[in-house]
Design a protein around this ligand. Structure first.
Ligand code: MG
Length: 390
C-alpha cells in the first residue's frame, strides 16, 4: 500500500530548477548558458545540455566512430578500442568525476561524447596526412574539424545547419584545438579558462587512453607483460593487485590491473582537484574562468608515474613497426585519394561534387575526414584497383 501511495505522489522533477540543489557553486548551470546560434523553444523535460548529448549520439559522425582507428586500425581484432568505445570510456569516467565534484554531469557528458567527433580515418597518421594535403588551404586539425561537423556538415535538422549545439559545448571543442590562431575559434577565446566540465573531459581522455592503450597493445601482441616490469606505474599497481587477490586466475590479472590503474588515477584526480579548488578558493564559474591555469589534474606522484607510462607507450607501442605500417598505409591511402579527387572532382559522390564547385580542397578534405577506416580502404580499391566494383 505504502508503495502505491509513493508512486501516486511522485511529481516529475523540473531538472532546470533542481540544478541549484545539487550543483557546486563552481559548476556551469544551464540557466547561465549563452544558448544556441539558432534560437529554439526549450524542451518540455530535457535541459539544453541533455539535448546536446542526445543530438551528438544521434549524429552520423558519432556512429562512424565505430570504424575509426584509436591506435589500432579497426579490423585488427573485434574487441580492441575504436574511437567509439574510447569515447564511451571517456564519457563514463568523466561523468563519475563530474558527479563527485558537483559539476554539471549533462554538460560534461555532451563534451565527452563530442570530443573525438572530428577524427579522420587512421588516427593521428590520418590527421597529419590531411593537414599536409591542406597545407596551403588552412590545414586540418581534428578539433576544428569536429567544430565544422557539429556547426555545418551534419544535416539532420530542417531549421538549421549542423546540430545547433550550445555555446559551452562548442567552446569546449574549440579550446581543445591545437591551432590557436584559427579564425573559427576566435569567438570562443575571450571567456578565459575552459569550464571545469571541459577540464574534466581533458583529464579523463588522457587517463583513459593511457590505460586502455596498454590493454590493447597486450591484446594485439605488440608488447608482452614482462616488458611492463620497467614501468613503475604498472609494477606498483600489479603488486597491489597481487596482494589483494592472491587467488586470482592468470587470465584475470591483466583486466584487474587495468581496472586498478583507472581507479587509482580517478581517485587521485578527485582528491587533488578537490584540494586545489579549496586551496585556490574557487567559489564560482567566474573564479574558474579567471584562474591562471587548469584546476583539474592528478597530483605530482601520479603525474610522474603517468609520464613514465606515456614514455613507454611512445617507445614500445606507438612506434611499434606494426602500428607504423598501419599508419603509413593509412596516410598513403588518404594522400592518393585526396590527389585523385582534386584532379577529377567528377569522381566525388553527387552531393560532394556539387559542393566542390564552391571550395574544391575543403570539400575533398571533408569527404575524406568523414570516412571510416574501412570506407577509405574500400574507396581506394574502387578507384585504383582495375577489377574492383565501383
Ligand atoms: Mg580522445
Amino acid at each position: 500500500m505504502a508503495k502505491k501511495k509513493e508512486i501516486a505522489n511522485f511529481a516529475a522533477p523540473n531538472w532546470l530548477e533542481r540544478e541549484d540543489d545539487w550543483l557546486a557553486p563552481y559548476a556551469m548551470r544551464t540557466k547561465h548558458s549563452r544558448g544556441r546560434r539558432h534560437a529554439e523553444e526549450p524542451h518540455a523535460y530535457r535541459t539544453l545540455y541533455q539535448r546536446d548529448r542526445d543530438r551528438i549520439v544521434h549524429s552520423t559522425a558519432f556512429r562512424r566512430l565505430m570504424y575509426k582507428t584509436q591506435v589500432l586500425v579497426t579490423q585488427t581484432n573485434d574487441h580492441h578500442r575504436t574511437r567509439l568505445t574510447h569515447t564511451l570510456e571517456v564519457a563514463q569516467i568523466s561523468r563519475t568525476i563530474a558527479r563527485q565534484l558537483g559539476l554539471n554531469e549533462d554538460l560534461t557528458e555532451a563534451i565527452a561524447l563530442a570530443h573525438d567527433l572530428g577524427h579522420p580515418p587512421f588516427g593521428h597518421a590520418g590527421e597529419t596526412a590531411l593537414d599536409q594535403c591542406m597545407h596551403d588551404q588552412g590545414g586540418f586539425e581534428h578539433n576544428l574539424h569536429g567544430l565544422r561537423i557539429v556547426d555545418l556538415l551534419e544535416y539532420r535538422y530542417a531549421d538549421f545547419p549542423g546540430l545547433n549545439l550550445s555555446w559551452e559545448v562548442l567552446e569546449a571543442m574549440a579550446l581543445r584545438g591545437k591551432k590557436a590562431d584559427a579564425p573559427e575559434i576566435r569567438e570562443f577565446q575571450g571567456a578565459g579558462q575552459p569550464l571545469l566540465e571541459s577540464q574534466v573531459v581533458d583529464a579523463a581522455d588522457s587517463l583513459a587512453y593511457n590505460t586502455h592503450d596498454i590493454d590493447d597493445a597486450l591484446g594485439a601482441g605488440l608488447i608482452v607483460l614482462d616488458e611492463l616490469q620497467e614501468v613503475d606505474f604498472w609494477l606498483r599497481t600489479s603488486e597491489q593487485v597481487r596482494r589483494h587477490h592472491p587467488q586470482m586466475k592468470p587470465e584475470q590479472f591483466q583486466p584487474t590491473v587495468v581496472r586498478a590503474l583507472i581507479n587509482w588515477q580517478v581517485s587521485d584526480l578527485l582528491e587533488h582537484t578537490q584540494a586545489c579548488l579549496r586551496r585556490e578558493q574557487i567559489h564560482s564559474v567566474e573564479n574558474v574562468r579567471s584562474f591562471s591555469r587548469s584546476l583539474v589534474g592528478p597530483g605530482p606522484e601520479v603525474q610522474d608515474l603517468k609520464s613514465g607510462l606515456e614514455e613507454f607507450l611512445h617507445q614500445k607501442v606507438y612506434h611499434h613497426y606494426r602500428v607504423i605500417r598501419m599508419a603509413v598505409k593509412g596516410a598513403r591511402i588518404l594522400r592518393l585519394l585526396f590527389e585523385e579527387f582534386c584532379r577529377t572532382p567528377e569522381l566525388l559522390p553527387t552531393r560532394y561534387a556539387r559542393k566542390s564547385k564552391e571550395n574544391l580542397h575543403r570539400t575533398v578534405c571533408d569527404y575524406l575526414a568523414g570516412m571510416t577506416d574501412r570506407y577509405a580502404q574500400d574507396e581506394y580499391l574502387r578507384l585504383f584497383q582495375p577489377y574492383a566494383n565501383i
